[in-house]
Design a protein. Structure first.
Lengths: 287, 277
């Protein structure tokens, strides 16, 4: 681990200067899919260097928020700034500052790991004379150097997730966005991902914004969290602050239940599976 | 905007400088080259497609071409029918590769890869241009197969490297347009099954309503009109001009194909967001 951390120190040395500029600043952010309001006027600020967890049940609006700040969805109402850049006005500048790992395991299975990472290095205009070294570093940091020339179709879920992290890091992002990074992974693979993210955080101080509905993951990784439900932010603070506000014995799971009512498929159907599916169908239809 | 506050971190400021040149042609071409390279890498890892896709043009050349050469049913002047047919089959091979290319973008959407590509600093149009040229790379692999087969069958092909290179450019443009058409349909229908159906529905009409199998002069009036608006006809005309020295309208053919690609890229790019959601 120390070797990996040490090698990562050369990855970037100046990620947390200008600490006064928030890594993410959302103001009055609202997004609709047809009649459904997926994000309902949220205000959110993520400081540079934080590992910030956006928590909430399915259909809370976490992924929509992520997709608004990473330019995948157009900002309909409100503003989003990433490290001072307005997402609506400067989408290309924002994309250059981001590393993004989506919810779904997604690499090109017909390529090797090295080719997958090199592909993204080229798309991020990593200079040719640096490309090979930076691709090698990203693979090394994620513990994939020994299997870098294998086709990724032979990779396990945990290896693919680490490869995706390598792809996301090859452009030395200022903000790493992880959307449900351990969804569907077994406990060993999940621990591997957590370990890499923690190493990254300790070695570089890079800002990480992650969404999850695993409270254990939030406790392990995040120094600050926001609880989202039905498109709004219900609570925000450090995990300790949120737990102590609820009671001396409270866990983050209790905080989660308290603020979301744990209504998945509840009586009003809000935030339930049916509504999540309906929202996603509408989102796809309206583009 | 707080760009001044962002000026200090070296990595960020360098990246943003590059972004300001983002509209430059160089970046467009760099992206296109990247997607072509990825396509070649995929082909290198799995060459099965090169062989399976070669079957159909071989059948057209060996069975259809040889037979119609003997029965002299199609008037092609002094040009043997097999020579007349070879450029048409080259264009057809490119069409068949490209017209189903939209399936790949739907697959990439389903696999989450497209989402990640759209979060890179790649303009939508550059992404589509790159993917369409990547389809062209796959088509070129087929061209090489058909050219070799044509030579074996005794087709009097040009040996001028410039003309062969020109033919490659024409095939790239044709494949780029038809893959844009496919990606446009993909952006509209959003599902693989639907795209397969539409692809199959439009492929043969495009092929038969062109000059690939027979000269325009023997077509009924209504088919001539369709042939006139079919980019495949311009591709075949240019290929015949360059590969077998037939009379052709190279300037017009090239211009039509370039315009078709530009319109195709713009249309498909406008629909990419639908696939990403």
């Amino acid at each position: 681990m120390s070797g990996q951390t040490e090698s990562y120190k050369t990855f970037d040395e100046s990620l947390v200067s200008n600490a006064k500029v928030p890594a993410v600043l959302c103001t009055g952010l609202r997004h609709r899919f047809g009649d459904h309001v997926a994000v309902d006027g949220i205000d959110l600020s993520v400081a540079q260097g934080d590992v910030f967890g956006l928590l909430g049940p399915n259909g809370a609006g976490k992924t929509t928020t992520i997709r608004l700040l990473n330019t995948l969805l157009p900002v309909q109402e409100g503003t989003v700034e990433v490290l001072g850049y307005d997402v609506r006005r400067s989408p290309m500048a924002v994309r250059r500052l981001l590393g993004y790992v989506p919810q779904q395991l997604s690499v090109e299975a017909a390529l090797t790991a090295r080719e997958n990472v090199t592909w993204f290095a080229r798309l991020f205009d990593v200079p040719r004379h640096e490309r090979k070294r930076r691709v090698g570093e990203a693979l090394e940091v994620m513990g994939l150097a020994d299997v870098a020339n294998r086709l990724t179709s032979t990779y396990s879920g945990g290896m693919i997730r680490r490869l995706e992290l390598a792809q996301a890091l090859v452009n030395r992002p200022r903000l790493l966005v992880l959307d449900e990074p351990t969804l569907g992974l077994d406990p060993v693979a999940r621990d591997g991902v957590w370990q890499r993210v923690q190493e990254l955080r300790h070695a570089t101080g890079m800002t990480v914004l992650l969404t999850t509905h695993y409270m254990e993951e939030a406790e392990a990784l995040c120094n600050r969290v926001a609880l989202m439900h039905l498109g709004t932010i219900r609570a925000e603070g450090t995990p300790e602050e949120l737990k102590s506000a609820l009671g001396p014995e409270a866990s983050l799971e209790d905080v989660f239940r308290h603020f979301t009512d744990a209504v998945l498929g509840g009586s009003d159907g809000k935030g339930g599976l049916r509504e999540v599916r309906s929202t996603r169908r509408t989102a796809r239809r309206v583009g | 905007m707080r760009s001044a506050a962002l000026a200090e971190p070296r990595a960020a400021s360098v990246d943003v400088k590059v972004a300001s040149r983002g509209l430059a042609w160089r970046q467009f071409l760099n992206r296109a080259a990247t997607f072509c390279l990825v396509e070649l890498q995929k082909l290198r890892h799995d060459r099965t497609e090169l062989f399976t896709r070669a079957v159909q043009p071989v059948l057209w050349m060996v069975i259809f071409g040889e037979t119609f050469t003997r029965i002299h049913a199609i008037p092609t002047g002094h040009v043997p029918y097999l020579d007349f047919l070879a450029p048409g089959i080259i264009a057809q091979s490119g069409l068949f590769v490209a017209i189903f290319y939209g399936i790949q973008i739907i697959w990439e959407r389903d696999a989450g890869v497209l989402t990640k590509l759209l979060v890179t600093p790649t303009p939508r149009s550059a992404l589509i241009l790159g993917k369409s040229f990547a389809a062209g790379v796959r088509a070129l692999a087929q061209v090489v197969v058909v050219l070799m087969l044509s030579a074996l069958l005794g087709v009097a092909l040009t040996s001028n490297p410039a003309e062969i290179l020109g033919a490659f450019v024409i095939v790239m443009l044709g494949a780029a347009f038809f893959s844009c058409l496919s990606m446009t349909v993909a952006g509209l229908v959003l599902k693989r099954d639907r795209l397969m159906g539409i692809g199959q529905m439009i492929t043969m009409p495009l092929f038969f309503a062109s000059n690939a199998l027979y000269p325009v002069s023997i077509m009924p009036g209504w088919l001539r009109v369709l042939s006139r608006v079919n980019p495949l006809s311009y591709e075949v005309d240019a290929l015949r001009g360059m590969l077998i020295g037939a009379p052709a309208h190279l300037g017009e053919d090239f211009l039509v194909l370039v315009i078709a690609v530009v319109v195709g890229v713009a249309t498909a790019a406008s629909l990419v967001r639908r696939l990403a959601c």
